[in-house]
Design a protein around this ligand. Sequence first.
Ligand code: MN
Length: 298
Amino acid sequence: MPTLNQPSTVKTLHSIQRTRDRHWVGDGFPVRTLLAYNGLGQTISPFLLLDHAGPANFPPTTARRGVGEHPHRGFETVTIVYDGEVEHRDSAGGGGIIGPGDVQWMTAAAGLVHEEFHGPNFAKNGGLFEMVQLWVNLPAKDKMAEPRYQGITSGQIPVVELPEGQGSLRVIAGEFQHAQGPAQTFTSINMWDLRLTGGKQVNLELPEGHTTILVVLKGSVRVGGSEPIAEAEIGICDRAGTFLTLDGLQDTTALLLSGAPIDEPIVGHGPFAMNTTEEIYQAMADYQSGKMGALTPQ
Ligand code: MN
């Protein structure tokens, strides 16, 4: 295993992304959009967008809170629940309810429509809600693949204890040391859910050339001695290098994303992300003519 006496292999922090803007997605998800290809473009490839919903408290209700039927084409949506419960249903037959620690990895690819609501038990009882939704781009050759749904429960996600009380790491996708994440991906991606102990330093090995992004959800962390990255802030690292040095200033919850960049044009509009404008017009026409399917009435 390489060690830190090879300074040229350390990944350095490229920028910190911050936003104070919150908006509602439907009536269930008060989100901050922390990453968006609209602006950052290829810098964050293969990732397109990341919304952080909450943390927010919801009172009990008998209403369905969330966002009704809408389409997607050309990418995947990955939902990670930290608190609360999310229910999903799509026109390709995928669906499920996920709770804290669980993940939905939905491949829209050629297109589907879906709905996303608070789960019924959470809605009935109310409480704290927090989740992340990440959009993962697909390469041109897979944009029109069959839709797919992976419901990944917390119990399926391996947990690696870091040495010397540094914290722990859940491998959702990709690998860490000998642990393999359960998510199937189209391109090379690591998604690690980190719990870092305040006052400890952690060194993580990552692939050379991968886009590398640290999403801080709680606490505060320095990347290679950078200024602190605080709650609801994102550190984007340089692709060069194979080591990331994280100093947790407090106990920290963070999501580490790494992925092989997809070096293709990105043309997006609303819920569609394709390679050309013509493909966007085609996506709109296909949605409007019902080719992305419909949800069966409940
Ligand atoms: Mn959606």
